[in-house]
Design a binder for this molecule. Sequence first.
Ligand code: SF4
Ligand code: SF4
Length: 340
Amino acid sequence: MISATENSAWTLVVSKGQSRNPKKRELEQAVAEMGQQLEGVQVLVVPHLYDLPKGSESYKKLSELEGNLIVVSWIFSRAAHWVLDRNGIQGQIGEVLLASGEDDADEATEDAASVEEESNGESDAAQRVTDLYPRTSRTIHCIDLKLTDQSDRIRSEIERIIQVAQQAATTGGSLPIVGGQLVQIDEQTNRRWYPVIDFDRCTNCMECVDFCLFGVYGVDGVENILVEQPDNCRKGCPACSRVCPENAIIFPQHKAPAIAGANTAGDEGFKIDLSQLFGAPSKGEDPIEVAARERDEQLLLAGRDTVGIDDQLQKRQADRKQSPKDELDRLIDQLDALDL
Ligand code: SF4
Ligand code: SF4
């Protein structure tokens, strides 16, 4: 059994996918077995992290771990990081260099990267939640299994991550060697659908609380935004992700990469539809109108009255348009200029 006192410096967490695809199961197993062979690494195999409830055995086990984590899962690495964070498994985002290696991804992501680079020239004054509440110094490296079907490539990346950390270690000592442990937790999960907040982006503006009429969001004891009732979220509804001014709301299982948590800079090598950044579902559509329509669809399905673009939403959006140009406005202008 893995315990806090027996922690090695690194734990490889293998988060199993939702599908029963045998190829996916094989890759998960190959990665777990490979991890066992690595010096100083213990392996924990759990069901799909997104589907697990907070009080699950898997999260209890994860919360006992004190060292750095390498997490492999079938969702975007940004999504995996913030799924863990909402469940109390917190740390700094660890670098992952593994990319899909597909040529056609490069061109699409270069545009996005250049947009982000240009915007970085301007200072962003907005304070993020993690500026106010910094996470602990342990690193969590999330690897997206969709990037490759070769366990060797994943092994190389894991070895690289550990090597870089060892070289950077100020103590000069080598990491304790505990390798070879493998713990597998099999617990029943159901497919879930709820928003996950990227607190490196969130400015605590409360737009999502006001917009969602299903009581999903709330605030914690220090008035920070919180996904309070995740299972109140309507399956398939991504509406609030379109109204979040910071593109901070992730639905890890959504088919659009921009909503599912792909990095806008595209550094995971995925082709990203730039028109979907900041909520626009496709070219020419107003994200706020689409969000209001999607919310109405869910209200109707729930047997409630529709609200359309209500006065409050209209006022907030109007205020936003009148406010001085900020980084987001500049990004949108640059996306428009790309003429997608
Ligand atoms: S709308 Fe976005 S930025 Fe504002 S509180 Fe919600 S998640 Fe955070
Ligand atoms: S997706 Fe829809 S139901 Fe779910 S939190 Fe957002 S607005 Fe509410």
